[in-house]
Design a protein around this ligand. Structure first.
Ligand code: HMG
Ligand code: MG
Length: 298
């Protein structure tokens, strides 16, 4: 049955901005994140400690992290692919990191330049180091439904990676429909498979909205009791290693659906729409979300 409350994980400052053709300056990134926290978002992914040659848009994440005012009850997280990234995250004062694996071999190679097995071998000491320094560690599995290079992915392949990440001490496993080709029945079947071995409270949904199915897919999975959803303000983004993929489901579209069903989030949708407009203005375009467009008409 549907949860009473959903924790929304705002990934726009990372997943959104990593895919913009222009790099957004550190002060604008910091302003965006502070405004999202002001709107009531309590989990915000603020950047990545990855190679600036691979993802130049996330250069400056250390500066972003150190410029953020610590707020009780708000967690700022960063992506970390290896021990070098962990060192930089620790030096910048990170309190939470995320490691990111994939359920498909080809995506793993293109995204992080190693096989799935090698990636898990790399993540284990990263998770261990982070946990022993008192950080929280989140785990991603990309391409849980389809891979841009290999096509359909078996739910069991996603489960194998999810279980390994859980065993490393990840408090939550975020299931990425990286290309946004999922539909509700497949999304539900995936979560049913994952929930056989991963407690449902530890599952998060990270759905890109390329084909406009993300909200439908989310609802199908929320009905199974999942209560954590990743989203990006203004529907920003895509994925640099999944050509043609659109951004995550827009935060304001997600909030509209959840609040309309009486599900609490603690987030002010009007404030999020303002943030969506501001960052979209900076990027020189309209917000991708239906709700931002609808609420602009007065
Ligand atoms: P590599 O080339 O195999 O790494 O890249 P390497 O260890 O051989 O090192 C090569 C160079 O990179 C060296 O520099 C290292 O110092 C440097 P050089 O000596 O040549 O000057 N390097 C680093 N620099 C900064 N930070 C680091 C780091 N590590 C090595 N952490 C690597 C491997 C993982 C680094 C690379 O492939 C990479 O950065 N990939 C980018 C991955 C990425 O950010 N992808 C997008 C995020 S994932 C995503 O969007 C999906 C998600 O949203 C879920 C979903 O939607 O499904 C999470
Ligand atoms: Mg993503």
């Amino acid at each position: 049955s549907l949860p009473d409350k959903v924790r929304v994980v705002e990934v726009g400052p990372r997943d959104g901005l990593q895919n913009e053709s222009v790099s957004v300056p550190v002060d604008v990134r910091v302003g965006l994140i502070e405004a999202l926290a002001d709107a009531g978002l309590s989990s915000i992914e603020v950047g990545s400690f990855v190679s600036p040659r691979w993802v130049p848009q996330m250069a400056g994440t250390a500066e972003v992290l150190s410029a953020l005012r610590p707020r009780p009850g708000v967690a700022y997280s960063v992506l970390v692919p290896n021990l070098k990234g962990l060192d930089e995250a620790l030096a910048a004062g990170a309190r939470e990191i995320a490691v990111f694996g994939a359920a498909s071999e080809s995506f793993s190679r293109r995204n992080i330049n190693c096989s799935i097995e090698e990636s898990l071998d790399r993540f284990a000491p990263v998770a261990e180091g982070a946990l022993s320094a008192g950080l929280k560690v989140r785990g991603y599995v990309s391409c849980v439904l389809d891979c841009p290079y290999e096509g359909p992915v078996a739910p069991e392949a996603a489960l194998r990676v999810a279980e390994r990440l859980l065993a490393m001490g990840c408090y939550e496993i975020s299931l990425g429909d990286t290309v946004g080709t999922g539909t509700p029945v497949r999304a539900r079947r995936l979560v049913e498979t994952i929930a056989e071995r991963v407690p449902v409270e530890r599952i998060a949904l990270h759905f890109h909205d390329t084909y406009g199915q993300a909200l439908a897919n989310l609802l199908a999975c929320l009905e199974l009791g999942v209560s954590v959803v990743d989203s990006a303000v203004a529907g920003l983004g895509g994925c640099p290693y999944a050509r043609g993929a659109a951004g995550n489901v827009a935060t304001e579209d997600l909030l509209s659906m959840l609040h309309g069903m009486g599900i609490e989030t603690g987030v002010d949708i009007g404030a999020v729409v303002e943030v969506a407009r501001a960052i979209s203005r900076h990027l020189g375009r309209e917000p991708a979300s239906k709700v931002s467009r609808a609420m602009a008409v007065t």
